[in-house]
Design a protein around this ligand. Structure first.
Ligand SMILES: NC(=O)c1ccc[n+]([C@@H]2O[C@H](COP(=O)([O-])OP(=O)(O)OC[C@H]3O[C@@H](n4cnc5c(N)ncnc54)[C@H](OP(=O)(O)O)[C@@H]3O)[C@@H](O)[C@H]2O)c1
Length: 163
């Protein structure tokens, strides 16, 4: 099973501020779209609400403790394990797209991580968890120049590569 995180963070590891992403980087959304197209996206309820709609060409699973919570064209899951169970049924790649709470729970399970590091320091209140680089191997890396430069890195969990 492919279960990968996709995250953009700043140099000081910020991923969010007051419900939003505290930068605008040209090209970075296109990269996100290329990585995630035709897949299943799992996200926390707060991240869904910051995006505001299901993303086209992708299945949306929202994790929430609120059993009454429903959104059109989305599936709701009561926890990460249930979200992964549902996602597996689509037989597509699965991406965990945030936010901080969900990344923290999903990182130990991830088979890979797509990290974009935006080359600036920003203020924020949501951080990416400490990334255990020893458990992962860098398999792809690309530098992008933009209004703020960014570094894209794809890591895979070591046992995924060895097996
Ligand atoms: N830079 C990036 O790549 C990136 C990506 C995504 C998001 N973000 C940013 O991150 C921020 C949002 O992150 P966040 O940590 O505040 O929220 P989040 O992880 O998106 O969502 C948290 C919510 O998920 C639900 N949840 C979490 N764990 C659960 C569990 N074990 N079982 C059931 N439900 C669970 C709860 O929903 P209920 O309260 O409904 O129960 C909880 O309030 C925003 O600022 C957003 O813009 C950044």
């Amino acid at each position: 099973m492919s279960l990968e995180l996709v995250v953009a963070r700043s140099l000081n590891n910020v991923i969010g501020n007051n419900g939003d992403i505290p930068w605008k980087v040209r090209g970075e959304q296109k990269l996100f779209k290329e990585i995630t197209m035709n897949s299943v996206l799992i996200m926390g309820r707060k991240t869904f609400e910051s995006i505001g709609r299901p993303l086209p060409g992708r299945e949306t699973i929202i994790v929430t403790r609120n059993a009454q919570y429903h959104q059109p064209d989305c599936t709701t899951a009561s926890g990460l394990a249930q979200a992964i169970d549902i996602a597996t049924q689509y037989e597509k790649a699965i991406f965990i797209i945030g936010g901080g709470e969900i990344y923290g729970q999903a990182l130990p399970l991830a088979t890979g991580v797509h990290i974009t590091t935006v080359q600036c320091e920003v203020n924020g209140n949501i951080y990416f968890p400490v990334f255990p680089t020893n458990d992962f191997t860098l398999v792809n890396e690309k530098h992008f120049q933009s209004n703020i430069d960014y570094l894209y890195q794809h890591y895979k969990r070591r046992e995924q590569i060895e097996s």
